[in-house]
Ligand binder design. Structure first.
Ligand SMILES: *[C@@H]1O[C@H](CO)[C@@H](O)[C@H](O)[C@H]1NC(C)=O
Ligand SMILES: [Cu+2]
Length: 168
């Protein structure tokens, strides 16, 4: 009995410690992206987000509403990094507790509609990362779609420029 208990312990311990530490860059090179854009992770794995310049978050959302925070979900909060800061970027780490897909976005105004989204364990078919990102980008489209946007651009050239607030 004791021998078998020790045997079991010795052979299950290594598994318990065999978690992977994933690293995700948030907004590298002032791009509105997470790099990588999605990862495959096991329960117990840790994911460390490293925040670059600008002022980003990693905020849990859902496949259906990519740019909307879910109640009680993970949220890193805002991590402002000045334009002259090139090292010691702030980090936030989460531990993966489920093996179902997890969806995230950046809460900063305008970032998610420009495709700043991230996922853990997105399915290879069905609710794929590409569909999730397309849905995020679609939140930026004004009613009427690209035709209306082109018409706006023709009539109001200045107003059609994407707002580029340096602080965001
Ligand atoms: C970061 O962004 C948030 C939300 O837009 C804003 O409230 C906050 O003041 C910003 N922080 C800095 C230092 O710009
Ligand atoms: Cu952002």
């Amino acid at each position: 009995m004791i021998f078998s208990a020790i045997f079991t312990l010795l052979f299950t311990l290594p598994l318990a410690f065999a978690w992977t530490h994933h690293h995700v860059e948030v907004g590298p090179n002032s791009q509105l992206v997470y790099d990588p854009e999605y990862i495959t992770a096991d329960i117990g794995d840790k994911v460390t987000f490293r925040f670059h310049q600008k002022n980003h978050t990693v905020t849990q959302s859902s496949f259906q509403t990519p740019c909307t925070q879910i109640f009680d979900g993970f949220n890193s909060g805002f991590n402002p990094v000045g334009p002259d800061v090139y090292d010691n970027f702030p980090t936030v780490t989460l531990t993966v507790l489920v093996d179902t897909p997890l969806w995230f976005h950046c809460e900063q105004t305008g970032h998610c509609p420009q495709g700043m989204v991230f996922a853990i364990n997105p399915p290879a078919s069905g609710n794929t990362f590409d569909k999730f990102k397309a849905a995020a980008l679609a939140t930026a489209a004004p009613t009427g779609g690209s035709h209306a946007r082109a018409e706006m651009a023709r009539r109001f050239p200045r107003a059609s420029l994407a707002p580029k607030d340096l602080a965001q």
